[in-house]
Design a protein around this ligand. Structure first.
Ligand code: 7TS
Length: 418
C-alpha cells in the first residue's frame, strides 16, 4: 500500500485499525512459516509505509547535506530536515522550536544533559535522584558523572505492583539533590509516572527534572509545558520513525547556560585558533552531519500519528491492554510483573518453572516476537528478584486476534517445555 493511499485510509476510516495495520508492510510477513505477531514495539516499533517512502524519496530526490550548500538540493534538504524540528516541537508542545535538539536517541539526549548541564554543577556530596524503574540509559550516565564529581545516586523506591512511591520520592528531594531523572513510562512495567506532580514538587525545591520519554511518546500525548519538567528525552525509532533519531527538549534558560558537548562543524558562528563563538541553540548542540534522512522519516511518522489521532491511539491501546491483561491472567502459573493503575500496553511476565529465554525462543517458532531478558533494567530485575522477564509490548497496529493467538501459542509451547 502506498503512502498516499495509506494517508487516505486513515483519513476516511479513522477507527478502522485493520486498514491502519495494512499501512505497516512488515506486519504482513511470516516468521518460521507462521504469521508474524510482533509484540516487541517497546524495543523498536514497526514503520508505516509513509515513513519508509519519505526516507526513500529523500535519498532518491533530495539528498544533500544540511545548513551548508546554497544549491537547490542543499536548500530542499535543509527545509525538509528543519520542518521535522517544527513537527517535533508541535508534537511535544515545546514553547519554541529552538529548544528542540536533534539527537541519535534518548541515550544521547540524557548523556548530553549529564555532561553539559549536570557535571559542571556537581560537587562532592551532591546527589542525583532516579527511581528503581529506570532503564540503564537513565542510570549509567549519572553514575559516570557521579564518579567524576564525587556526587552520589539516590534511588526512589517503587511498590510491588510497580508504582513509584511518590511520598518517598518527595522525601528524597533533599538540598544536596541537584537533578532528578525519572522515566515517564517504564519500559518493563508499562507504569505511567505522575510527571506533572513530581515536577511541581521538584521545582518547589529548585531541583530540575529530566524526563525519559522513550516509552511514553508512542502512547501518550506529551506536553512538556503541562508536564512542567526541565528536560524531556525521546527516541524516534520507538515512535514509528527511523533508528538513529531522537530529541532532547530543554527549557531555553538551561540550553543557554549549557556549554556544547560535541564540537565540530554546524555548531559554530565563528572559529579562530584563539577561540570559537558558538551558534545559538539548537545548533550549538548539533555538531557534524546529522541523520538527515532519519529526521525526514521521523517527520513523516509524526504526520502519520497526527492523522490517526493520539486519542484514537490511546483508546485502541486501552482496549488491547485490557484484553491482553485479562487473557494473561487466565493462564495458570503466569505472573504479570507490573500492575500499576496507570499503564501503557507493555506487559512483563513470567511462567512458573519456565525460563524466559526458552519460552521466547519457542514463541519465535510460533511467529511470536516478544523480548526476554533484563530489558536494560538490571536494578528493576533485582527489585523483583528475577534475572529476566518476558515482555509483550503492543502498539495500536496489533489486533485482538493476535492476543488470542499469542495466548494459544503460550499454551502450546508450555507443553513442549513441561
Ligand atoms: N529509556 C527507556 C525507558 C527505554 O525503554 C529505552 C530503550 C531507552 C531509554 C534507550 O533508548 P535508545 O533509543 O537511546 O536506545 N528501551 C528498550 C527496550 O525496552 N527494549 O529495547 C530497548
Amino acid at each position: 500500500m502506498s503512502g498516499s493511499q495509506s494517508t487516505l485510509n486513515v483519513a476516511h476510516q479513522a477507527l478502522d485499525f485493520d486498514r491502519i495495520r495494512a499501512d505497516f508492510p512488515l506486519l504482513s510477513r511470516s516468521v518460521h512459516g507462521k504469521p508474524l505477531i510482533y509484540f516487541d514495539s517497546a524495543n523498536t516499533s514497526q514503520k508505516p509505509a509513509a515513513v519508509i517512502e519519505a526516507v526513500d524519496h529523500f535519498y532518491r530526490q533530495t539528498n544533500a547535506n544540511v545548513a551548508r550548500a546554497v544549491h537547490t538540493l542543499g536548500d530542499e534538504a535543509t527545509t525538509a530536515y528543519e520542518a521535522s524540528r517544527d513537527k517535533l516541537a508541535r508534537f511535544i508542545n515545546a514553547p519554541s522550536r529552538d529548544e528542540v535538539i536533534f539527537t541519535s536517541g534518548t541515550t544521547q539526549a540524557i548523556n548530553l544533559v549529564a555532561y553539559s548541564y549536570a557535571l559542571p554543577r556537581l560537587n562532592p556530596g551532591d546527589a542525583i535522584l532516579v527511581t528503581q524503574m529506570e532503564h540503564h540509559a537513565n542510570i549509567v550516565p549519572w553514575q559516570l558523572i557521579c564518579e567524576r564529581s564525587g556526587a552520589t545516586l539516590k534511588v526512589a523506591p517503587i511498590t510491588e505492583s510497580g508504582e513509584l512511591i511518590v511520598e518517598r520520592f518527595f522525601e528524597l528531594l533533599t538540598p544536596e539533590v541537584k537533578l532528578a531523572a525519572v522515566t515517564h513510562v517504564s519500559n518493563v512495567l508499562g507504569t505511567v509516572n505522575p510527571i506533572a506532580v513530581l515536577a511541581r514538587e521538584c521545582h518547589r525545591r529548585g531541583i530540575p527534572l529530566l524526563v525519559d520519554g522513550s516509552q511514553a511518546a508512542p502512547h501518550l500525548r506529551v506536553d512538556v509545558r503541562a508536564l512542567g519538567c526541565d528536560f524531556y528525552a525521546l527516541t524516534g525509532h520507538k515512535l514509528f520513525g527511523p533508528t538513529g533519531t531522537g530529541l532532547l527538549w530543554a527549557r531555553r534558560e538551561h540550553l543557554n547556560a549549557m556549554p556544547p558537548f560535541f564540537g565540530g562543524g554546524e555548531m559554530i558562528r565563528e572559529v579562530r585558533f584563539e577561540g570559537t563563538v558558538f551558534a545559538d541553540p539548537p545548533h550549538k548542540f548539533e555538531a557534524g552531519t546529522p541523520n538527515i534522512a532519519g529526521f525526514v522519516g521521523l517527520g513523516a511518522a509524526l504526520d502519520y500519528i497526527e492523522l490517526i489521532g493520539l486519542d484514537n491511539i490511546a483508546a485502541r491501546e486501552l482496549e488491547l491492554r485490557v484484553h491482553l491483561t485479562e487473557a494473561m491472567r487466565s493462564v495458570p502459573g503466569l505472573r504479570i510483573i507490573g500492575e500499576a493503575r496507570e499503564k501503557v500496553p507493555v506487559n512483563s511476565f513470567l511462567i512458573d518453572g519456565v525460563h524466559a529465554h526458552d519460552l521466547a525462543t519457542l514463541l519465535d517458532h510460533e511467529g511470536v516476537a516478544v523480548r526476554s531478558g533484563h530489558h536494560c533494567a538490571h536494578p528493576l530485575m533485582q527489585f523483583y528478584g528475577v534475572a529476566a522477564t518476558l515482555r509483550a509490548s503492543l502498539a495500536f497496529y496489533n489486533t485482538h486476534e493476535e492476543i488470542d493467538a499469542f495466548i494459544a501459542a503460550i499454551g502450546r509451547v508450555r507443553k513442549l517445555l513441561a
